[in-house]
Design a protein around this ligand. Structure first.
Ligand code: RIB
Ligand code: CA
Length: 313
């Protein structure tokens, strides 16, 4: 096996973030240099604590977790307790973490790591609002040419939005940060709602996690059964979309996904469409292509990968 791929996961756990972190921690192809928490689904004190809870659930208390931005760059913080519960990890009863939160700010960790690692060695994996990533790019513009790739969950186009008719949560919460990231020139792979809505946590798939019979399997089933109820009611589907693990699954098996290179531009002026990701799928705008936008997924293969990997924890 070649050397593990070095990644930083930026996250706002969040049940789906939790499954993404478990998948990464279970996969030897990846070397997690650090996990950086951002305010999003729930406030920062909870997202950083939840990240540590998940690392301990995975039996990886040595993982470095940093706290980052407590609010978006310009707008006020919007959270999603109605989806994720008051704790952000409602579902299982996970113990308070005993592993430490790292000293220092997440943005400094991202900048210092990118400046210290060889050029093109590190992939950033944002799973929440892009505040930490944008602040790092602003604090040290030189990192833009040092990042291998940004593989992010966020946005939507054919599926519309999930917070407003136009905007997906991660982008909506901090549209200005998203604008900085999509204009940065860093190679981007984007997992929008157009692909994540095709990865549903059906009852059979949740049961497959429970049948692992392990603490991770039982916790994952409980996380998903809580998380999916909001979208099942909204969309009338069997299961809800499992958004964030698509990012990690892409790193492990990119062949599970299909999409195309497009221009993506973020709305930051109109209140009606604030945070909309305008994806020029048909190439009519003439704007430069800045993201590989995924629209299709082999959902059976995706869930097979998840079960196989989580069984290792
Ligand atoms: O819109 C879905 C995204 O918003 C996911 O990352 C979920 O965890 C929330 O952060
Ligand atoms: Ca998230």
């Amino acid at each position: 096996m070649s050397a593990p791929r070095k990644i930083i996961i930026d996250t706002d756990p969040g049940q789906d973030d939790a499954v993404a972190i478990l998948l990464a921690l279970a996969s030897p192809e990846l070397e997690i240099l650090g996990i950086t928490a951002v305010a999003g689904n729930v406030p920062l004190p909870l997202t950083e604590k939840n990240a540590r809870k998940i690392c301990e659930l995975a039996g990886k208390p040595e993982t470095r977790v940093y706290a980052g931005a407590a609010r978006p760059m310009v707008r006020s913080l919007v959270t999603a307790e109605h989806v994720h519960g008051r704790t952000g990890l409602d579902g299982p009863d996970l113990p308070e973490p005993s592993m430490p939160l790292q000293e220092g700010h997440a943005v400094d960790f991202i900048v210092e790591t990118l400046m210290a690692e060889p050029q093109g060695a590190v992939t950033l994996c944002p799973l929440g609002p892009l505040t930490n990533i944008a602040l790092a790019l602003i604090r040290e513009p030189r990192i833009a040419t040092r990042i291998k790739e940004i593989v992010l969950m966020g946005g939507g186009f054919f599926e519309g939005g999930n917070v407003t008719p136009a905007a997906e949560f991660n982008i909506y919460v901090d549209p200005h940060a998203a604008d900085v990231v999509f204009r940065s020139g860093v190679p981007i792979v984007m997992m929008p709602l157009d692909v994540t809505h095709k990865a549903l946590t059906t009852a059979a798939r949740v049961e497959a996690f429970r049948r692992l019979g392990t603490p991770v399997g039982h916790a994952t089933a409980a996380l998903l059964e809580f998380f999916e109820r909001f979208d099942e009611e909204k969309y009338g589907t069997d299961g809800g979309p499992l958004h964030d693990p698509c990012v990690i699954a892409y790193l492990l098996k990119p062949e599970l996904f299909k999409g195309r290179h497009c221009n993506v531009t973020v709305e930051i002026a109109s209140e009606l469409t604030m945070g909309m990701t305008v994806i020029d799928w048909w190439g009519v705008s003439g704007r430069p292509k800045n993201a590989q936008v995924m629209r299709y997924i082999d959902d059976e293969g995706f869930f097979d990968l998840l079960v196989e990997r989580l069984a290792r924890l």
